[in-house]
Design a protein around this ligand. Structure first.
Ligand code: NA7
Length: 317
């Protein structure tokens, strides 16, 4: 097994500014927004929200990650429950459905505050529809309002406010989050009931995952023929098959630069969620199943924390 070095994770630079946000003339809401989870996406989003003038209260499991946000003007709290107490609308952005449930149902979690009247909870963690329904129901049973707001895009797109935001659940929350969503997303969709946004997000991830594996296998074959990968990408760029995402990922594969924009572990998690959804419907998804196996194997090779484009490494064996 090759020795794999972990990708470098740069500390968030609170001083850099993004032109797209300057141009958007965002009028920040007067409400106080809580934010649970300062990972790669979470920290980028919070940075944007502070920059556009929102009042923010944060919490992260690894407390050190909160420090740059305190310096930038956010308040930090000791537990998720404390954030809920201090904020009107609380966003959650953690790695997976289990983490999302821990924050709601766990020790010092959101539901410890038995009455959520006048509070709204917004799930940005990528979730399967059933988990989102469970969380939504629990929040509503405590008199709170719930919105799932699934985010589609890379960390770079988050930094530039160019995500696609897919929402479902309580429309009034969707409207109250307008200035936040305008900060982070170029397009925002309200898709109706809880679960709908999760389904659409996972369907988009299926297209992405399957495409990446196809790209990786084709480039690996070119490599076996000793055809320059850069030449292939230049020609691909002239075809009607090209897309900004595939071009970017192809270039990363050619360079062997797998700095995480969308971690491979997240891609595999999404494929697992897709296959679970399909299983419940008896929907056959053979290509997605194989794609999932390819990503699982690449994880086993040590590339969980690298970008999804690292799937190329496995295709070259
Ligand atoms: P990252 O960079 O992998 O960060 C994951 C975050 O989730 C990070 O803040 C973690 O805290 C937190 N986390 C994970 N599990 C838990 C549990 N069980 N309890 C509390 N906190 C937890 O992910 P991204 O920021 O890129 O993505 C977040 C979501 O946005 C994800 O669903 C994407 O699909 C969309 P830590 O810092 O490790 O203590």
């Amino acid at each position: 097994r090759p020795v794999v070095t972990r990708p470098e994770t740069k500390a968030i630079d609170m001083k850099s500014r993004t032109n797209t946000l300057v141009d958007r003339a965002i009028e920040p809401s007067d409400l106080t927004f809580g934010f649970l989870g300062l990972g790669m996406m979470g920290s980028t989003i919070v940075k944007d929200l502070i920059y556009t003038g929102h009042k923010i209260v944060v919490w992260n499991r690894t407390i050190d990650k909160c420090q740059p946000f305190v310096e930038a003007g956010a308040e930090v709290k000791d537990t998720p429950m404390d954030v809920v107490e201090a904020a009107d609308i609380i966003f959650c952005c953690v790695s997976d459905p289990k983490g999302a449930k821990d924050l709601v149902f766990g020790n010092c979690g959101v539901l410890q505050l038995k009455d959520l009247r006048n509070k709204a909870y917004v799930e940005m963690s990528t979730l399967d529809p059933d988990t989102s329904l469970d969380i939504g129901l629990a929040i509503k049973q405590c008199n709170g309002r719930y919105l799932e707001a699934q985010i589609h895009g890379t960390r770079q797109e988050a930094a530039e406010g160019m995500l696609i935001l897919l929402a479902g659940g309580d429309r009034s929350v969707f409207e109250e989050c307008h200035s936040c969503f305008k900060t982070i997303a170029k397009n925002t969709f309200f898709l109706g009931n809880i679960g709908n946004a999760c389904k659409v997000n996972l369907i988009l991830q299926t297209i992405l995952g399957v495409s990446l594996v196809g790209l990786a296998e084709a480039l690996a074959l070119a490599d076996r023929f000793s055809i320059s990968l850069n030449d292939i990408i230049d020609i691909f760029d002239l075809t009607s098959m090209k897309s900004p995402m595939l071009l970017a990922k192809g270039k990363e594969m050619a360079k062997g630069d797998f700095n995480p924009q969308q971690p491979l572990s997240h891609m595999q998690r999404d494929l697992r969620l897709v296959l679970n959804m399909a299983e419940n419907l008896d929907q056959s998804m053979p290509v997605t199943s194989i794609t999932n196996e390819v990503f699982k194997h690449t994880k086993r090779l040590g590339y969980s924390e690298h970008d999804s484009s690292a799937v190329f490494v496995r295709s070259r064996f």
